[in-house]
Design a protein around this ligand. Structure first.
Ligand SMILES: Cc1cc2nc3c(=O)[nH]c(=O)nc-3n(C[C@H](O)[C@H](O)[C@H](O)COP(=O)(O)O)c2cc1C
Ligand SMILES: C=C(O[C@@H]1CC(C(=O)O)=C[C@@H](OP(=O)(O)O)[C@H]1O)C(=O)O
Length: 391
């Protein structure tokens, strides 16, 4: 299974084509719209999110609510496009257009964005050509593809959740949940997708403070996936290790600067006896682990314990408080000023992280259990689970 995305932040639409989705999967627009709406929420988002109301259009690969096995095309239109038709003009430049019509040629790179290096690399004198595609608006269709992956996973009882652990230095103390359902329910009712109601208030205050100061803040999100059979991914080749693929996918989210699996960086300061998860067996559950410090992975493969992955997001780079930069035409120093931006998008990024991790797990699941039609994959999983339980 693979997907590509296309589309610009202020262009007409974002598109993804997903190939390799098994036939007979129940898939409705609502399954995808649910996650699109979750991605738009969160305290700290800017004005753009009031303009957009992301809704998917399924353009191929689905008939009467079931996938056919053909490539699936998903489209999300940009409502903001109508304000940008001249600036984003797709047709060759009309000579009759005034300078004003084609205004906002960007020659002033924003620190922390792809603008300057992207323009150097592609030899663009208008950095809008970089900005439009490097924008996190593209995560809309990554979330759409992730929603399809989640639907595959849920068909086999595999559940995905996420929560925010930290924003702007405020850490959640209470990170407990009894089940993925409880995690989902509690995060949905939190404006920052956090389980800790006391920390939640402090996080919102920190976001408001940053906004008032013309600044921005980042944070840490955690994704949890339960019910994945042991043995997804592989130890035999570096590029088959599923934990590595997941790390790459999380790092691929705009503004993500680090990833941990299980206890992650904490492993550096602990002796092995306090790190490795002891192996247990009983008739009901088969092989399990006493603890889950390794976040569900041994040797690049799932071990049947919940997958636990964390990612750290840097503060949003566009700031109302200007940062110094250099105009590429005049070489003049200037202070970057902006019209609008998120001041914190960590809660939204948690939803993106869910999507990209779910995607990698679904791909590895299909690699192991076949990929043509859902019923056959289910039979293969069942047979395998029975065998490894008594292994
Ligand atoms: C959900 C989400 C929303 C974002 N919103 C903004 C924003 O409003 N303003 C901004 O400057 N950056 C925003 N970013 C981050 C930038 O897209 C990102 O920092 C930039 O493209 C440079 O990429 P890099 O940080 O990965 O190097 C957002 C990121 C995510 C994941
Ligand atoms: C549009 C989204 O996020 C955008 C991501 C983004 C960036 O630079 O990454 C900059 C902002 O875009 P704009 O300048 O149009 O307001 C955000 O709003 C979205 O998440 O759907």
């Amino acid at each position: 299974m693979r997907y590509l995305t296309a589309g610009e932040s202020h262009g007409p639409q974002l598109t993804t084509i997903i190939e390799g989705v098994p036939a007979h999967l129940t898939l409705e627009t609502e399954d995808i719209n649910f996650d699109l709406a979750r991605r738009q929420k969160g305290h700290g988002r800017g004005r753009r999110m009031q303009i957009e109301k992301d809704q998917v259009k399924i353009m191929s690969g689905v008939r009467h609510g079931k996938t056919t096995g053909a490539p699936i095309t998903l489209v999300v239109e940009n409502d903001d496009w109508k304000h940008w038709t001249k600036i984003m003009g797709i047709e060759p430049l009309d000579e009759s257009l005034s300078e004003e019509d084609v205004k906002r040629k960007i020659t002033r790179p924003r620190p922390g964005h792809a603008d300057l290096v992207g323009a150097m690399k592609f030899n663009h004198r208008d950095m809008r050509n970089v900005l439009e595609r490097s924008s996190a608006r593209e995560t809309t269709v990554r979330v759409a593809a992730g929603a399809v992956a989640k639907k595959i996973l849920s068909t086999f009882g595999i559940k995905v959740g996420s929560h925010v652990l930290e924003i702007g230095g405020v850490k959640a103390d209470d990170t407990n949940y009894a089940s993925i359902e409880e995690l989902q329910e509690k995060t949905e009712s939190s404006p920052v997708r956090c389980l800790d109601r006391v920390a939640e208030q402090k996080m919102m205050a920190a976001i408001d403070q940053a906004k008032n100061d013309g600044d921005s803040i980042g944070g840490i999100v955690e994704v949890v996936i339960e019910g994945v059979p042991a043995g997804i991914g592989s130890y035999v080749q570096y590029d088959k290790k599923l934990d590595a693929k997941i790390a790459g996918a999380v790092m691929g989210i705009n503004a993500f600067k680090g990833v941990e699996v299980g206890i992650g960086f904490e492993a550096a300061s602990k002796p092995g006896s306090q790190v490795h998860d002891e192996i247990l067996w009983d008739e009901k559950d088969g092989y399990t682990r006493r603890t889950n410090n390794m976040g569900g992975f041994e040797g690049g493969m799932t071990n049947g314990m919940p997958i636990v992955v964390r990612g750290v997001m840097k503060p949003i780079p566009t700031l109302y408080k200007p940062l110094q930069s250099v105009d590429i035409e005049t070489k003049e120093v200037f202070e970057a000023s902006i019209e609008r931006s998120d001041s914190c998008a960590v809660p939204a990024a948690a939803v993106v992280a869910e999507a990209v991790v779910a995607w990698e797990v679904a791909v590895a699941l299909l690699d192991k259990f076949g990929s043509e039609f859902i019923e056959e994959i289910g039979e293969n999983i069942e047979r395998y689970e029975e065998r490894v339980k008594n292994f």
